[in-house]
Design a protein around this ligand. Structure first.
Ligand code: ADP
Ligand code: MG
Length: 253
């Protein structure tokens, strides 16, 4: 197995609030890692650290062996240039909880924006690829629609196509279905399930425990900024070792 993401000793505080407290976990390439835990436990902060949106106070993150945010220079840590950060970030797709498409751009324009602007992919080539991706997420007939004309589930599927357009090594999902009406959750989970079947490396923060059990290879339970337990879904979700995990799972059902 190849390590996709390695988080070691990650610490992050906001003032006196220690939001990540020595977090360690590894996400393998080609696998789905599910992160579960109560609201406020640090899950989003952890994803943002992996995607460079949040510098850690100590500890480190690597993506495919490359340090995120800093590099070693003669044994000393150094900040990366803005350009290097953009390059690293372009290797990682991010799908947020909130629906955050560009409202003034059509569906296809949303999907081609990053490849054309940041990767200088020729527009016609980007459009052809965007059409393929939108077909993959079941939205071939919506390419010229605007976000406001779509349901929440359709908008989230566009957001997934937009993340895929950069051909990322890894996709981070932060509660991708929690802003959706219940009847729209399934269509988004189906797309993520298809990506998993195709061997896409993903880290998914989710409260959909049934989905995590079915799709995840590895489950990490976080509480108050600490990893309480992690392991295969049949262990963590079905036969948890810690009272805290049992208590959390008990509240969800
Ligand atoms: P989760 O995603 O698990 O709900 P978060 O990572 O969003 O948790 O937040 C963890 C804690 O960090 C919460 O107490 C939250 O209020 C706090 N927090 C998150 N972002 C910030 C910020 N930018 N400034 C101050 N506190 C923050
Ligand atoms: Mg969150």
């Amino acid at each position: 197995m190849t390590v996709a993401v390695n988080v070691r000793g990650a610490v992050k505080s906001y003032g006196t609030n220690r939001v990540l407290d020595e977090v360690d976990f590894t996400a393998q390439a080609g696998q789905v890692t599910a992160i579960i835990g109560p609201s406020g436990s640090g899950k989003s902060t952890l994803l943002r650290a992996i995607n460079h949106l949040e510098p850690l106070d100590s500890g480190y993150v690597t993506v495919r062996g490359e340090l995120i945010g800093v590099r070693l220079h003669k044994g000393r840590l150094r900040e990366l240039s803005e350009r290097a950060i953009l390059r690293q970030r372009s290797r990682i797709g991010f799908v947020f909880q909130s629906l955050n498409l560009f409202p003034h751009l059509s569906v296809v324009e949303n999907v081609i924006e990053a490849p054309v602007v940041t990767q200088r992919v020729p527009k016609q080539q980007a459009i052809a690829r965007a059409k393929d991706l939108l077909t993959k997420v079941g939205l071939a007939d919506k390419i010229d629609a605007y976000p406001r004309q779509l349901s929440g589930g359709q908008q989230q599927r566009v957001a997934i196509a937009r993340a895929l357009a950069l051909e990322p090594e890894l996709i981070l999902f932060d509660e991708p279905t929690s802003a959706l009406d219940p009847e729209l959750v399934g269509e988004v989970l189906t797309v993520i399930r298809d990506l998993a079947a195709a061997g896409t490396t993903m880290i998914v923060v989710t409260h959909e425990i049934g989905f995590a059990r079915e799709v995840a290879d590895h489950v990490v339970f976080i509480d108050a900024g600490r990893v309480v337990e992690q392991g295969p879904p049949d262990q963590v979700l079905v036969a948890p070792r810690h009272d805290r995990t049992r208590e959390f799972l008990g509240k969800l059902v």
